[in-house]
Design a binder for this molecule. Structure first.
Ligand SMILES: [Zn+2]
Length: 51
């Protein structure tokens, strides 16, 4: 499996804006409001049905 979280996104707990993981890599901080509380919203699991 090669499922990297390259496109991972974080959400600012304070302003609710989406912060790219690329930004977080350098500094864990919301670029919009400066909040340091970011959380990772759960990604929806896409279920593939093989019938
Ligand atoms: Zn923010």
């Amino acid at each position: 499996m090669h499922l990297m979280n390259k496109m991972a996104e974080y959400k600012c707990f304070n302003c609710g804006k989406i912060v790219k993981s690329d930004t977080v890599k350098k500094r864990v901080r919301c670029p919009y409001c400066g909040s340091k509380i970011l959380f990772k919203p759960r990604t929806v699991n896409v279920k593939v049905k093989a019938e």
